[in-house]
Design a protein around this ligand. Structure first.
Ligand code: HEC
Length: 137
């Protein structure tokens, strides 16, 4: 009797663990992919406005990117991937720096921070963290 109870307990716990492994839903993945497409647009706007030395436009595009990257950080946190979360955090911090520098009229600093934004976008893509996410139905 005791053995049977233990077996039942083990199978229930096993089932709970399997359900807990599912960390992201397809709708969340789709929202992330849309954010990436939008991030590309903001990144292009940043590039263009920095080329034109247009600091107010730079700050506006950087703020849009900041809002989007804050959601991205939450996505990777929820996905449970520490390395991708760390890169998302650096990506977000760099976008914030672009905004701060642009608002302070510091073009060179804004450009340097933008280079860091681009480097951290690429670093995460090269990591291919999407292959390690556990996506449910
Ligand atoms: C923390 C990781 C991470 C960061 C940071 C990141 N990305 Fe991505 N990005 C991904 C992953 C993973 C994919 C592949 C899509 C997926 O999740 O299956 C992707 C895909 C994309 C795509 C292709 C979207 C599509 O489905 O067609 C674009 C464009 C893109 N990212 C732009 C950017 C830009 C621009 C930045 C920086 C401002 C950025 N990404 C920062 C992880 C990241």
């Amino acid at each position: 009797m005791r053995t049977i109870l233990i077996l039942i307990a083990v199978s229930i716990l096993g089932g709970a663990a399997a359900a807990a492994d599912v960390v992201l839903r397809p709708a969340e993945v789709a929202a992330h992919k849309q954010r990436m497409v939008d991030a590309e647009g903001h990144q292009y706007d940043l590039f263009e406005s920095l080329q034109a030395n247009a600091l107010p436009t730079t700050a506006k595009a950087a703020d849009k990117l900041v809002r989007l990257l804050a959601k991205e950080q939450g996505y990777w946190e929820k996905g449970g991937l520490d390395d991708a979360t760390a890169l998302a955090r650096r990506n977000l911090a760099a976008a914030r720096e672009v905004s701060t520098a642009a608002k302070a009229g510091k073009l060179d600093e804004a450009r340097a921070a933008f280079a860091e934004v681009q480097a951290t976008c690429v670093a995460c893509h090269e990591l291919h963290p999407e292959n390690r996410l556990i996506i449910g139905r």
